[in-house]
Ligand binder design. Structure first.
Ligand code: ZN
Length: 472
């Protein structure tokens, strides 16, 4: 083989792996759909954040940190947010102590800040830009007007007031990403004669708000007539507008979870391509697979619904909390396109792997060619982790592990790591001799010095191992 190995990525649009070639190598551009901020993010939401953080790190390594622009939005206008604000502050609003907008801001600010704490604990770099939907309302109104002018959108009267809808039939090739053709979609759906939509697949761009809903004055011109609708945007339009604002009309990579392919991403493409007259919105579309918890679909009714915050700070899963790097490694042990089963066993396995990782200064090491080769092959993180384990040098290990964003955290303690390791060995010897009193004495002594021991089993050999954590 000659030359540098190139990056290949699986493209949902073409359903195959393709060699990645940026539109502009001086500014590689990626957009990933971010959270709707009304409640703690669940562990399924953590998957795209971690997966695309690895891609962000890899692109920065390949093209230079200043030559990659990563945008991840915050959806801060949504009916779920509105419902949460009314639930939490309904009394204050009714009594005139708080405005609806202030209540909504309270919910979105608090949730966005929780989200930032969560993703930081998961070792994710901050994206280059993190736009909020409410900062881009004018852009949305302008793009909707363009779609009206180009006859891709129309005004209709829905049950809750005026709506501007996207006309899916007006777009040639609608459904290409999700591989659904429109005839198939229409055949199953019966159109109610009273339905205000021209086609069942038509979706909302702008919707009239009641007094109990947040709204902005949307001024449009429809068929030469001025139409003003106090309303709010549909969900899809915000991503079309925010990606255009920060990345331009056509950019390199658009990512998100598998569940977003239809309708969200399909509709983003429809809006952007029709508004800009372009063939594509993004060249590469990447989607991460589903996540289950303990072998079942996560749901509140199943009782297995866990948030990132629960895992980091409570004993909800496995009767203990889990460090961010353990959650991150547990996620990266499976290839991003595969389904993942998030379980206590998997977390324990990740923790025992991390306990054996070498320490070193990543700045002084070199990234292993084998680790890099795995990542270049459509982000093969399990392959990269296997390659890491063949590395002998701590510095190279650290430099390579940094590409995955997982570094065993070196904590300041009054004892050196070697000292702690040797005391742990002594204790294991006492345990083998069934001298529990001595083993416990060592455990308590270390605890008194701020070092907490945890006993476990090596997932490969089944041998007893001890890990430790520094407590403040
Ligand atoms: Zn989106």
């Amino acid at each position: 083989m000659t030359g540098k190995p190139s990056l290949t990525l699986h493209n949902t649009l073409t359903r195959r792996k393709e060699v990645f070639s940026p539109i502009d190598a001086d500014n590689v551009r990626m957009y990933v759909c971010g959270p709707t901020v009304y409640d703690f993010a669940h562990i399924g939401n953590a998957r795209p954040v971690i997966v695309f953080d690895v891609l962000f790190r890899l692109l920065r390594h390949l093209y230079g940190a200043e030559h990659v622009t990563y945008v991840r939005n915050i959806t801060d206008v949504d009916d779920k947010i509105n419902a949460r604000a009314l639930r939490d502050f309904g009394g204050d609003i009714a009594a005139g102590r708080m405005s609806l907008n202030a209540a909504i801001r309270n919910v979105t600010e608090k949730t966005a800040s929780q989200y930032h704490d969560d993703v930081k604990a998961l070792g994710c770099l901050e994206p280059t830009h993190e736009p909020r939907a409410t900062e881009h309302i004018d852009g949305m109104v302008a793009m909707i007007q363009t779609l009206i002018d180009k006859k891709n959108a129309y005004l209709a009267q829905g049950a809750e007031g005026a709506e501007i809808l996207f006309d899916v039939v007006s777009m040639k090739g609608y459904g290409a990403l999700s591989n659904r053709n429109l005839d198939e979609q229409q055949a199953g759906a019966r159109i109610d004669v009273k339905d205000h939509k021209k086609n069942p697949g038509d979706f909302v761009l702008w919707k009239e708000s009641s007094v109990e809903q947040p709204g902005w004055q949307g001024r449009f011109s429809v068929g030469g007539k001025a139409v003003s609708i106090h309303g709010r945007p549909g969900w899809h339009i915000e991503c079309s507008v925010m990606s255009k604002a920060h990345l331009g009309e056509v950019f390199d990579i658009h990512g998100g979870g598998l569940d977003l392919i239809f309708p969200h991403h399909e509709n983003e493409i429809a809006q952007s391509c029709c508004a800009h007259g372009t063939e594509r919105m993004a060249n590469v579309w990447m989607h991460n697979g589903y996540l289950q918890v303990e072998g079942r679909k996560m749901s509140k009714s199943e009782g297995n619904f866990v948030t990132i915050h629960d895992l980091l700070h409570t004993k909800k899963l496995g009767g203990r909390n889990w460090p961010g790097e353990v959650l991150r490694l547990a996620m990266l042990m499976t290839h991003y396109r595969e389904p993942i089963d998030f379980s206590i066993k998997r977390l324990e396995e990740a923790e025992s792997i991390l306990a054996k990782w070498k320490h070193g200064d990543p700045q002084e090491g070199n990234i292993s060619a084998e680790v890099l080769r795995s990542l270049l092959d459509d982000l093969n993180t399990p392959g990269a982790i296997r390659a890491l384990h063949t590395l002998k040098d701590g510095k190279d290990f650290a430099a390579s592990a940094q590409l995955l964003g997982v570094l065993p955290t070196k904590v300041e303690t009054e004892m050196s790591e070697a000292e702690i390791a040797s005391v742990c060995e002594q204790r294991l010897a006492f345990i083998r001799d069934r001298n529990w009193a001595e083993a416990d004495r060592i455990r308590d002594e270390l605890l008194a010095r701020g070092i907490e021991l945890r006993d476990g089993k090596d997932s490969e050999t089944g041998e007893r191992i001890t890990t430790w954590e520094a407590k403040r």
